[in-house]
Design a protein around this ligand. Structure first.
Ligand SMILES: Nc1ncnc2c1ncn2[C@@H]1O[C@H](COP(=O)(O)OP(=O)(O)OP(=O)(O)O)[C@@H](O)[C@H]1O
Length: 818
């Protein structure tokens, strides 16, 4: 036999002693073998959690496999990755199908279905938002059920959970289930805690070991429940946000063009930095409401559970005492709570301003660079940042005093109160009424029983156990109460976010209202004009005043008095006038951006008319997207076009070198910085050629291209039979047009206008005369040029004898020579 003791260098006695100890351990274990009751709650809960986790895991794996199978099937059907990436198809049920890159492989995409906008719901909701302010004024009495916040929340709730049988309801119910489960588990843990301490004091190793095992087993469902609550809170918040954002996007980006009109509403409800509202406030609102649900839901459930349980142990008097304390302190706290809602709403607003200032800097970095405007931009940034920091430091100061009071009351006073009530049954053992004995062994393990043969010791241990349980429950109750109190601050913050989100929704509904009056203080009957859509003849203005929509409404100063003109197909119109006289405003009215305050506007369908704004807009995307804007690739394919057609268009506007330079249409760049001024305008004309509308409005769309290219582009449009309405201040463009609408602003007030028919006999004659005049002047210039040397000598004073009349300079032709 190997002598281990020698090998290890230990003495024989040491080894023997060790073996003896081990042997003793085995004997103790055999005699006091820990008996685990497999029907006890900790074991059942542990196994239940294990089985349900396993089951859920299998369901998720199956779901993802089915999902993957569908993806592969779809990808096989539409093999073109480019098409899949950009596709946005309307399905039969009206929902939109889009594919977004999922980062898996080069061409990996995920299919996303965006449900059809529920226009009926939006129409029905309109009255809730529109009438809210009026309703609030009518309901004068102030009580908790009639608070502005609750009413706003109830209205928004319809968007968060539109119908009972929905994903969000199941998420919410699951969360409720886990919240209750957590409270129940806390109760079990409290009892187990008491039992472990009791076993420790009683030196009962067997039971101590058993309860420790139970403790570890119950820890699994308890941790699982905590994680599940966090998970569900985040999922619910994301889901709420998705619902809200879809609602907002549907309202914000539709035919009504709320994204443009909303800025005009400078009434009481005006919102600045709407992007901030949509991107930031909605998120914070959803996080806040979901966080509040768990942060308030759990303490509420806890309070009910623990109060009922403690009432059994301590008696009704104690519970009344505890709650009296809670209510008193809650009132004290509420009384001293600063308006965190308003503070956080203002902070969000200031954060938005600071963010926008930065955004403005990046967007216009080139222009600012040319102007060397970094100093002024820095001071502006600093100013907005300073406003923000001032506000935050105010918020910190306000919170400081509140935190002292809050901590003192919630952490220390309540715990002390808890100790007192937990200690009462121990100290006043004789006089304290005996309630339900806490040795409810069945709650943790039905096999646990009292050791009745040692009454004195048992009583001591029993007291200890009872104290531990009561203390734990009291502290949990205090904790639940304090968390409920802490959430007063969260509620206050939520009121701020709710108000902002509600304001955003109200503004969207206002912009959608047929009586939207662009914030006019005059009332709803301000806009009386009539719009005739789908007018096949062309565009007709009948006695329409051009007015900037402001708070003054129709009483605002008119840019142009009652305007009358008509454009028919293939008869091009030039609207001529100085800067700021209101040319673009005429187009704004046709496009529906500005209202028709009075008169009649007839216009073709949106399909037949296209607008080229003064500043060309470039979308985020590839070269192809710039040409086909506002269509997408999928629509282009549906229209029967392909990249060859786009190349042909680029050739027509003399931009084919762009494709040769960039390589292909899929190149993505920041195009607004890449294209030169003239290229931008030619891309605009390429858009017209792609769209091929009947009418196009060109707002100074060729002023950056050279004269020869300008000639060419107008001829191209004429060749394509696209009728154009050109807005410009250059009379030179007259040659491509049949009519001129001349806007004269001589006295600085509203402009007069005059309509000229360039095709009429009289005008043709006057044009002939003008051409003759110009020809005469030209011949004089030519003569002058032929005698250039003589002129120079004359100007140098060398040929005094030359007759002045012989070198008479045609004064108005000098600019031509220059
Ligand atoms: N949203 C607005 N709020 C206030 N004033 C505005 C608004 N939009 C335009 N204006 C004013 O209306 C007037 C007409 O503007 P408009 O853009 O129609 O001029 P325009 O004739 O096209 O000028 P330009 O030749 O310089 O492009 C200008 O004085 C402009 O400042």
């Amino acid at each position: 036999m190997i002598n281990f003791s020698k090998l290890a260098g230990y003495k024989k006695e040491d080894v023997r002693n060790l073996l003896l100890i081990l042997q003793e351990f085995v004997i103790v274990y055999r005699d006091n073998k820990v008996k685990i009751n497999y029907q006890s709650r900790p074991v059942v809960l542990f196994l239940g959690t294990l089985v349900s986790t396993f089951g859920l895991g299998i369901i998720f794996i199956l779901r993802s496999l089915i999902h993957k199978y569908n993806e592969i099937r779809l990808n096989n059907k539409q093999r073109r990755p480019d098409l899949i990436r950009q596709s946005s198809t309307i399905l039969k049920n009206g929902s939109r199908e889009i594919f977004i890159p999922n980062g898996k492989g080069k061409n990996g995409t995920s299919r996303i279905i965006i449900p059809k906008p529920n226009l009926d719901q939006y129409a029905a909701d309109k009255y809730l938002y529109k009438n809210f302010v009026i309703d609030q004024k009518l309901k004068q009495q102030k009580n908790i059920l009639n608070s502005k916040f609750l009413n706003q929340l109830i209205i928004i709730w319809r968007i968060l959970i539109p119908k009972f049988y929905s994903k969000n309801t199941s998420l919410l119910l699951s969360q409720c289930f886990f919240l209750i489960l957590r409270t129940w588990l806390s109760l079990l843990v409290a009892k187990l805690d008491g039992q472990i301490v009791k076993n420790l004091i009683g030196a009962n190793g067997r039971k101590f070991a058993r309860d420790l095992i139970y403790w570890l087993l119950i820890a699994f469902p308890a941790s699982y429940t905590n994680a599940a609550i966090k998970y569900l809170t985040n999922r619910l918040s994301l889901s709420f946000r998705t619902n809200l954002i879809r609602y907002i996007h549907d309202m914000y980006l539709d035919q009504v063009m709320a994204y443009y009109k909303i800025s005009f509403n400078d009434s009481q409800l005006q919102i600045l930095n709407i992007d901030q509202y949509i991107t930031n406030d909605v998120t914070k609102f959803c996080d806040s409401i979901c966080g509040l649900f768990s942060s308030m839901g759990k303490p509420l459930i806890d309070i009910v559970f623990f109060a009922v349980y403690l009432r059994d142990n301590l008696g009704t008097g104690a519970i009344v005492g505890i709650f009296a304390n809670y209510f008193l302190t809650a009132w004290l706290l509420k009384f001293n709570t600063p308006s965190f809602g308003k503070l956080s709403a203002k902070k969000t607003h200031l954060e938005g301003q600071y963010y926008n200032q930065h955004l403005n800097l990046i967007t216009n970095c080139e222009e600012i660079g040319f102007y060397k405007g970094s100093v002024i931009e820095k001071s502006k940034l600093y100013e907005t940042f300073q406003n923000l920091t001032n506000h935050i430091s105010k918020e910190i100061k306000v919170s400081f005093n509140y935190s002292i009071l809050e901590d003192y009351i919630l952490k220390y006073t309540w715990s002390a109160w808890g100790y007192i009530f937990a200690g009462l049954p121990v100290f006043l053992d004789d006089i304290w009424p005996k309630h339900n004995d806490l040795d409810d062994t069945s709650s943790v393990d039905s096999s646990n029983s009292l050791e009745s043969n040692k009454p004195a010791k048992v009583n001591e241990r029993q007291n200890m156990r009872q104290f531990i349980i009561n203390k734990r429950l009291m502290l949990s109750l205090a904790d639940a109460g304090s968390r409920l109190m802490y959430s007063i601050k969260d509620v206050s913050e939520l009121t701020g976010y709710t108000d902002r989100v509600f304001n955003l929704l109200t503004n969207l509904h206002l912009a959608h209202s047929p009586t939207f009056n662009y914030g006019s203080k005059l009332g709803i009957n301000d806009i009386h004009g009539t719009i005739q859509r789908n007018y096949v003849e062309g565009i007709r203005y009948e006695d329409i005043p051009v007015i900037i929509p402001t708070i003054e409404g129709s009483e605002n100063e008119k840019l142009i008095e009652g305007l009358n003109f008509q454009v028919k197909q293939n008869k091009n119109l030039l609207i001529l006038g100085s800067n700021g006289c209101g040319k673009t405003s005429i187009a704004r009215i046709i496009a529906g951006l500005w209202p028709v305050y009075s008169g009649l506007l007839s216009k073709p369908s949106d399909e037949d008319i296209f607008y080229l704004p003064q500043k060309t807009y470039f979308t985020n995307g590839n070269l192809r997207d710039q040409i086909i804007y506002p269509h997408n690739y999928d629509e282009m394919i549906e229209m029967g076009y392909n990249d060859d057609h786009l190349y042909h268009i680029l050739r027509e506007v003399k931009l084919d070198y762009l494709l040769n330079r960039e390589g292909n249409f899929n190149v993505r760049k920041d195009w607004k910085d890449v294209f030169s001024g003239g290229e931008k305008q030619r891309i605009s004309i390429a858009r017209v050629l792609f769209k091929n509308p009947k009418f196009v409005i060109l707002d100074e769309s060729t002023n950056a291209v050279s004269t020869d290219v300008e000639d060419y582009l107008f001829e191209l449009l004429q060749k394509k039979k696209i009728t154009f309405i050109t807005l410009s201040h250059r009379p030179l463009l007259m040659k491509y047009h049949d009519f001129i609408l001349e806007i004269k602003n001589e006295n600085g007030d509203s402009s007069d206008w005059k309509f000229h028919d360039l095709t009429s006999e009289e005008n043709l004659k006057s044009i002939d005369n003008e051409i003759n005049e110009i020809s005469k002047k030209l011949s004089k210039v030519k003569e002058w040029e032929s005698r250039k040397d003589d002129v120079e000598l004359y100007l140098d004073g060398k040929y005094d004898d030359i007759e002045e009349s012989a070198i008479e300079l045609p004064s108005d032709s000098i600019p031509l020579l220059n």
